[in-house]
Write a protein that binds this ligand. Structure first.
Ligand SMILES: [Ca+2]
Ligand SMILES: [Ca+2]
Ligand SMILES: [Ca+2]
Length: 446
């Protein structure tokens, strides 16, 4: 068991929603009768000169959100729109709230929004005894920063509980108490510090429960994955880029966040490198066992002295066994092809002995026995096996593989077929992968 993770013990803050503008759709292609009714009420109250605004990401992409937001019987409606009739200094983006009275929609509130575009709208149950929390994420005109706002709606009035800039925002029950929290990452430009925070709407008001500084300076947030760290602990895996070294090698890492009580705990993972040959790798459940693995890289045998842009990496998939101690287990040592969308786990007897050489002309990865004398040369005495990726839409590649009898089908999905050719000597040797190893060690990437 190796101890590769360091528990971060600082206390310090937030960020993220996403894209796909539907700006040009002034109105949905076909509005339902209810939407049409809501739209008429909007026009009657805000004037004809309105343009509907659509959240760019998240589960709610319509300009109309109809649901119960106050725990009083019946749905309310929320409509984002831009009004041309605004006073200077006022926000053009507005949120109209409608409620039903005697079965008819009526405009009850008009809110100026603290942003120029709606990034997303989501809902959380942060306090089961109170009303639903409405979380609206905004982008600001001409700025990269985003802000989010948490609203409660009661007695026909929306009240803002909290608002803050952010880079990443996730609604999650991280402490597994049956109520949601907000996991927010924020970047402080002045100090070049990113901080994760856990926020909650409590009986004593909106509170920051805990905060924790990211282990490195984030140049770009790449992906957030929610899932199990191990059998006992739920976590948030934050993949981010730390920038480029020498303009060639990308350096990325993953911070894992979890809860103990109401505190945010953090685990810092080993960094990984990316270049043209090994693109970005995200935290994922690579072996489909329900636990998320994080990835780090080493150089494959034979590539150590090559220029950085020509190096090929081993991708090591690591699982955290105990969050308290940061104990990790190397789950899989793999060749990972982002280009051909597959991974091959190496059995122990391959590690440090076998390396991979790409043959891009034929879309193949050749696995060879490595020693210092023969280096990366592919010869009848070094080659063990090769895997060819065939794009099912590429008719000439499909035709070509048919004529090559040394290949047999290894695996396929809707898009790709993977063929394998093994050398005779290897097949009888101790390095040979058994059929069951091939079956379990070859992973098609989604
Ligand atoms: Ca209601
Ligand atoms: Ca919770
Ligand atoms: Ca897994």
């Amino acid at each position: 068991m190796k101890k590769l993770l360091i528990v971060i013990a600082f206390c310090l803050l937030l960020s993220g929603c996403s894209e796909a503008s539907m700006e040009n759709l002034l109105m949905p292609p076909k509005m339902s009768e209810e939407q049409n009714e809501i739209y008429q009420v909007l026009v009657n109250s805000a004037g004809k000169n309105v343009k509907l605004k659509y959240p760019k990401s998240g589960d709610y992409r319509s300009a109309f959100v109809v649901r119960d937001i106050d725990n009083d019987p019946g749905d309310e409606a929320m409509v984002f729109y831009e009004s041309k009739n605004v006073q200077s200094g006022e926000s053009a983006l507005r949120l109209k709230i409608l409620d039903k009275s005697n079965g008819k929609w009526q405009a009850v509130y008009d809110l100026a929004c603290p942003g120029s575009e709606v990034e997303s709208i989501s809902f959380a149950n942060m306090n089961s005894s109170r009303r639903i929390d409405i979380i609206i994420c905004y982008t600001l005109l001409g700025k990269t920063e985003k802000v989010f706002s948490v609203l409660n709606y009661a007695d026909k009035i929306p009240v803002e509980l909290y608002s803050s800039p952010y880079s990443i925002l996730e609604v999650t029950d991280l402490n597994a108490d049956g109520e949601d929290e907000l996991f927010v990452v924020n970047h402080d430009k002045t100090n070049q510090i990113s901080t994760a925070a856990l926020l909650k709407n409590t009986d004593e008001g909106f509170k920051k429960l805990s905060e924790l500084q990211l282990s490195h300076i984030a140049a770009e947030y790449l992906r957030v994955t929610k899932g199990k760290i191990n059998q006992n602990t739920e976590g948030i895996f934050l993949d981010y880029s730390m920038g480029k070294s020498n303009g060639v090698i990308g350096v990325s890492c993953t911070d894992i966040f979890y809860c103990y009580g109401n505190n945010l705990g953090g685990l810092m993972c080993d960094v990984r490198y990316t270049n043209e040959l090994t693109p970005e790798i995200y935290s994922m459940d690579i072996d489909n066992d329900g636990i998320i693995e994080t990835a780090n890289t080493r150089t494959l045998p034979g590539y150590e002295t090559l220029p950085a842009e020509e190096q090929l990496y081993v991708v090591r998939w690591v699982e955290c066994e105990m969050v308290e101690t940061g104990d990790v287990r190397l789950d899989h040592y793999s060749y990972y092809s982002g280009k051909y969308r597959f991974a091959l786990f190496f059995p122990d007897r391959w590690q440090g002995v076998v390396t991979a050489v790409p043959n891009f002309t034929d879309n193949e990865i050749v696995f060879i026995l490595y020693d210092e004398k023969t280096g990366l040369n592919i010869t009848p005495s070094t080659e063990l096996m090769r895997i060819r990726a065939v794009d099912k839409d590429d008719t000439s590649a499909v035709e070509a593989i048919r004529t090559q009898k040394e290949f047999r089908l290894l695996a396929e999905n809707d898009v790709m077929s993977y063929y394998i050719s093994e050398t005779t000597g290897y097949r009888t040797g101790k390095l040979a992968l058994t059929d069951s190893e091939l079956k379990y060690n070859f992973i098609m990437l989604k």
